[in-house]
Ligand binder design. Structure first.
Ligand SMILES: CC(C)(COP(=O)(O)OP(=O)(O)OC[C@H]1O[C@@H](n2cnc3c(N)ncnc32)[C@H](O)[C@@H]1OP(=O)(O)O)[C@@H](O)C(=O)NCCC(=O)NCCS
Length: 260
């Protein structure tokens, strides 16, 4: 457990009573349709099993009379990276693939050699503080402490939904006047030393009946085609004859340097 001014960083292993707070913090942040992601459905809850729970952290703020409030969270998972010397070998299926691979390795008791970031959430009132940075540094420290060789992240660029007409690749190429990545969340990783490795074109996949998509988005889909989703990084591809919609979200793999 580490304490810094009013904030304390604790793992879900240290405080299993706080496990429900991960979902409570995340619920208002992600578009509802992300709950339909196949890896989330199949694997997410395993992150809190003994053995993986020490990679899940929350930041606690202690108020007057000792009242605790969870104000930020981070999730990561160790996985077996077959070819760490070839970073292009990171999966095109990004986030889904690494979560599934990490859980499979954990269940089978197979050795792991790398850590992947999965999520960081900071409560809206504390954005712009250094909590996100602290959580990223903590992931690096965790990876080093566990003797892992690498820290990678299938990064979800936070501002991409505001630019739906721009391709993901073009958006990633945008820079600020000083030459830094334009997207603030990609930039934060970059400022901490991470470099862009490659795009993961199908990082998060959600396939569901159109009625389910209507429940998630409030949109109706009278014809087949591509539809922009609020909060989406890619269009929803609707097939009315099959009655289904497929969302394939690109993310970008980044790799952080680890101190020896
Ligand atoms: C992504 C998230 C964790 C970042 O937390 P944060 O506290 O805003 O992080 P930082 O303060 O370090 O900000 C990161 C950068 O974004 C910039 N930023 C923050 N809010 C911004 C906004 N509304 N518009 C543009 N830039 C913004 C900051 O200026 C900073 O850039 P800089 O360091 O070059 O100045 C937080 O926004 C969040 O919880 N978002 C919802 C969940 C999410 O999308 N997580 C990321 C995918 S896992």
């Amino acid at each position: 457990m580490s304490t810094d001014d009013q904030f304390t960083l604790v793992s879900a292993e240290q405080r299993p009573d706080l496990i429900p707070a991960f979902a409570e913090l995340a619920a208002p942040v992600w578009p509802a349709f992300i709950d339909g992601d196949r890896a989330i459905i199949e694997c997410w809850d395993r992150l809190f099993d003994a053995g993986l729970s020490r990679f899940q952290f929350v930041v606690l703020r202690t108020g007057p009379r000792g009242a605790e409030q969870v104000v930020a969270s981070s999730n990561s998972i160790p996985f077996a990276w077959a070819q760490p010397e070839d970073d292009a070998s990171l999966s095109d299926d990004g986030w889904d693939a690494v979560l599934s691979a990490g859980v499979e390795a954990f269940v089978a008791g197979r050795p792991v050699n790398a850590l992947s970031a999965l999520s960081i959430v900071v409560a809206p009132e504390l954005r712009g503080s250094d909590l996100a940075e602290r959580l990223l540094r903590n992931m690096k420290a965790r990876a080093t402490k566990d003797g892992l060789q690498a820290l990678v992240a299938p990064v979800r660029p936070t501002r991409k939904p505001s630019y739906p007409l721009t391709s993901f690749a073009d958006y990633l190429g945008w820079t600020t006047d000083s030459g830094a990545p334009f997207d603030p969340w990609v930039r934060k990783h970059w400022q901490l030393g991470a470099r862009i490795v490659k795009v993961a074109p199908r990082s998060m996949t959600v396939a569901a009946p159109l009625s389910q998509w209507t429940d998630w988005t409030g949109l109706r889909f009278p014809v087949s085609g591509r539809f922009h989703l609020p909060g989406g990084l890619a269009p929803l591809v609707v097939d009315c004859s099959a009655g289904t919609g497929l969302y394939e979200e690109p993310n970008v793999w980044m790799q952080h340097p680890l101190e020896p």
